[in-house]
Design a protein around this ligand. Structure first.
Ligand SMILES: NC(=O)c1ccc[n+]([C@@H]2O[C@H](COP(=O)([O-])OP(=O)(O)OC[C@H]3O[C@@H](n4cnc5c(N)ncnc54)[C@H](OP(=O)(O)O)[C@@H]3O)[C@@H](O)[C@H]2O)c1
Length: 387
């Protein structure tokens, strides 16, 4: 028997070796009739030659049907039928890749809008291949190409955008297209950082947050259903050096602590940000809300972070305290964009921009409270990988 491609990217040599063994009981149920929705996504009739419990789906690449066929368990297809169809814009990016993978992992029919250039990029094309193998439908297009946006939007219910922060305003055409097609049940614009309506460093962030806030206002004005995701820091940002700009690993002799070191910041691993985001897309509790991520075990002050690291390496570090004014001077003396790390440190660990406000009181929701079942990496677990 040939390999069975599963939506989560695993391949099983035979039915009996399939990791979804617990699903086998449900496979004896009568055959589902494929909805027009799934048929339009390329799902074909049951696999007539092999197992009646599998359903075939033609794989599309760049909008064109390709020879490859993926097989799905019937119950997986049933699952997909209930779940929103998700379009990820930016699936070749640092966060977007995880969003597309999480969407597939949670059984959403998953689409990615991909620029032409990515298909010829060695690494990006490899990632796209593996997304496609895992069941994603790749659509050629770009945020600048309105026709491609309309075409893609007509096929989905949910749009998640994960383009780089400097491109935030490039989402304006997308918002216009979403308004035009009128079928999008949820839009998650490219934010995935500190809450742009809450940061207290305006005037010193080189237009980093204001375009994201401008996009929020536009989405609200247009009456587009949304969820804004405020995940705070990615774990791969600043934490690998224990918040020591210029270092590539945590210090083992001396450490700089910014301010008094008691203000708490938040780090969340990209894969986990993606899981929480995908859990939110069909959830009425997150409709027109800000989804904040402050997972227990991931909210620490600099003093606490250093303490955790000292315990792990069984050594006390020499502490150098840099006052708020000294940090501000350093920010001014350092040219842009090299000073951005210092600005983010100032925002999180001096001003407390990630934790100074109460989530519920501000009308938001907190991801780990809504989805306690989502496993996530704690800071301590992450630091273990750096020992
Ligand atoms: N909280 C944190 O610590 C943190 C850290 C980093 C980023 N972020 C946030 O996360 C979000 C995503 O950032 P990222 O670093 O993951 O982005 P990224 O790695 O720069 O990826 C950008 C993605 O957008 C795609 N793209 C760019 N222009 C496009 C266009 N015109 N049409 C269609 N696709 C286009 C790119 O595709 P190509 O392959 O075609 O270039 C790529 O897939 C941003 O809002 C950023 O602020 C947060």
């Amino acid at each position: 028997m040939g390999l069975v491609s599963l939506p989560n990217g695993m391949a099983s040599p035979s039915f009996s070796a399939c990791p979804f063994l617990s699903l086998q009981r449900s496979l004896s149920h009568s055959s589902p009739i494929l909805s027009p929705q799934l048929q339009s996504q390329g799902f074909l009739e049951q696999d007539p030659l092999h197992r009646r419990d599998r359903i075939r789906r033609k794989v599309y690449r760049g909008g064109k049907r390709k020879g490859q066929v993926n097989f799905y368990w019937k119950s997986e297809v049933n699952d997909m039928e209930k779940k929103s169809r998700v379009l990820v814009i930016g699936a070749t990016g640092r966060l977007g890749r995880h969003l597309a993978e999480a969407s597939l992992r949670f059984s959403h029919p998953t689409f990615a809008l991909v620029r032409d250039s990515s298909f010829s990029h060695p690494l990006k094309s490899q990632n796209l291949q593996s997304l496609s193998n895992a069941g994603a439908t790749l659509l050629r297009g770009s945020l600048q190409d309105e026709a491609s946006l309309i075409e893609a939007l007509k096929q989905v219910d949910v749009v998640i955008c994960a383009i780089s922060p400097t491109q935030a305003l490039d989402q304006k055409l997308l918002i216009r297209a979403i308004k035009q097609v009128g079928c999008i049940k949820r839009f998650i614009p490219s934010e995935f950082g500190l809450d742009p309506d809450k940061v207290q460093v305006s005037g010193m962030h080189y237009n980093f947050f204001s375009p994201k806030a401008e996009i929020r206002r536009l989405v609200e004005e247009q009456g587009i259903p949304y969820t804004f995701v405020s995940c705070n820091f990615f774990m791969s940002y600043l934490l690998p050096s224990l918040v020591q700009p210029g270092l590539t690993s945590p210090p083992r002799d001396q450490v700089t602590i910014f301010g008094h070191g008691n203000t708490k910041g938040v780090f969340v691993q990209e894969k986990d940000i993606a899981s929480f985001t995908i859990r939110a897309v069909d959830d009425p509790r997150t409709l027109n809300k800000v989804l904040h991520l402050r997972p227990p075990g991931n909210v620490y002050s600099m003093n606490e972070l250093v303490g955790i690291w000292e315990t792990k390496i069984a050594k006390k570090l020499q502490k150098i305290y840099l006052s708020e004014q000294e940090l501000l001077n350093r920010i001014t003396e350092t040219p842009y964009p090299e000073n951005l790390d210092l600005i983010f440190i100032y925002s999180a660990f001096i001003k407390g921009d990630q934790t100074y406000f109460d989530v519920e009181a501000s009308g938001g929701v907190e991801g780990t409270k809504l989805y306690p079942e989502v496993n996530y990496t704690t800071i301590s677990e992450y630091l273990d990988t750096l020992l």
